[in-house]
Design a protein around this ligand. Structure first.
Ligand code: 0O3
Ligand code: SF4
Length: 332
């Protein structure tokens, strides 16, 4: 953390309060994806190639790179005969086919909840729907999902874009990226309902439990916070949504990769700091922020837990080994 010795609270010995949002940090899909790379390194030995960042976090990627993972943008950078892990955000069928044609040893790190959205995209497109995907252009998850049925899918990012849709197809369904802002997505869905009165509504939400919980947990502490710090990387959609949520509610918020990024001027006049971490942010980095703040003046730390997460995703058989594990699939 940068020098905060000029901070008035530090000088006057005023106790600051850190309010920890719970749940925060790693979700089940991220833990699974990281463990897949770790186990692949153990069982296959380095190098293990990973297509794209396994999750959108600089520290996670640097740590795995230091242990022999080689992160590449595209499969053409993966040598023949190598092991390649697909990131948690998923891949399009075209990428899967390319890997199969090349005979690469593929281990799929796609979060099962992202895979579920892919399955819905295939199902809806196969029955003849025009499938509207709500998501961010260029995001890897969106690229992968759109790749399931490119002829039948259309991407929208805002309610405005929904109103501009020109198709007259009465058979329209929608899907979403898993890491969107819950409230802003509801507005886009409302616009879709208005534009397409016969809109098919999926039976369950695509914004996942972890995204929803982290947003709700932050909402619970925002009213008491003078500043919100979100641990996460700049390309992490779900982490950026947490910053936006706080700013939208009127509380200043900053995205930080580590405690080193905290600027002393942010803390001026700040008595209560709300602290959380995106789904790809290691819990240790959040603890590092607490330690850094504690090292520069008296603090109290309170946790507000709005939900307890017990979701666990089994590992793919390629890296499962013989150790006894919970039953396949989702358990909670
Ligand atoms: O999708 P997002 O940019 O938020 O991805 P992160 O930061 O890696 O977090 C994990 C979420 C994910 C793998 C897709 O749902
Ligand atoms: Fe899976 Fe949700 Fe985590 Fe994404 S944020 S990896 S969908 S559990």
């Amino acid at each position: 953390m940068a020098d905060v010795s000029s901070d008035e609270y530090v000088q006057n010995g005023v106790t600051r309060r850190i309010l920890l949002a719970g749940p925060r940090s790693f979700c089940a899909g991220v833990e699974r994806a990281i463990e897949i790379v770790e186990r692949a390194l153990e069982s296959r030995g380095a190098p293990v190639y990973v297509r794209k960042q396994i999750v959108h976090n600089v520290s996670v990627v640097d740590d795995l790179a230091g242990r022999g993972a080689v992160f590449v943008e595209e499969l053409e950078e993966v040598p023949d005969g190598s092991t390649v892990v697909f990131s948690a955000h998923g891949v399009s069928p075209a990428v899967r086919e390319e890997a199969e044609e090349r005979g690469l040893d593929v281990i799929d790190g796609t979060c099962p909840l992202v895979a579920k959205v892919h399955a819905k995209a295939r199902r809806y497109a196969a029955r003849g729907d025009t499938v509207v995907l709500i998501g961010h252009a260029g995001h890897e998850e969106v690229e992968g999902t759109l790749g399931e049925a490119p002829e039948s899918m259309v991407l929208v990012q805002t309610a405005e874009e929904v109103r501009e849709l020109s198709m007259a197809d009465p058979q329209v369904s929608y899907l979403t990226q898993t890491t969107l802002g819950v409230d802003e997505t509801a507005e886009v869905v409302d616009a879709l309902r208005e534009r397409f009165p016969l809109l098919y509504e999926p039976p369950s939400e695509d914004i996942c439990y972890a995204t929803t919980n982290r947003q709700n947990a932050l909402k619970a502490i925002i009213p008491e916070a003078d500043l919100v710090l979100v641990v996460g990387s700049a390309n992490s959609s779900n982490s950026v949504r947490l910053v936006e949520l706080s700013r939208y509610a009127g509380t200043p918020a900053e995205l930080i990769d580590t405690a080193e990024d905290i600027r002393p001027e942010w803390l001026e006049g700040v008595r209560t700091i709300g602290l959380t971490g995106g789904a790809s942010a290691p819990p240790a980095l959040v603890e590092g922020v607490v330690s850094a703040l504690s090292a520069h003046g008296p603090v109290t730390v309170e946790e507000r837990e709005i939900a307890r997460e017990t979701v666990y995703f089994d590992l793919p058989s390629a890296v499962r080994g013989d150790a006894p594990r919970p039953a396949d699939g989702l358990s909670s």
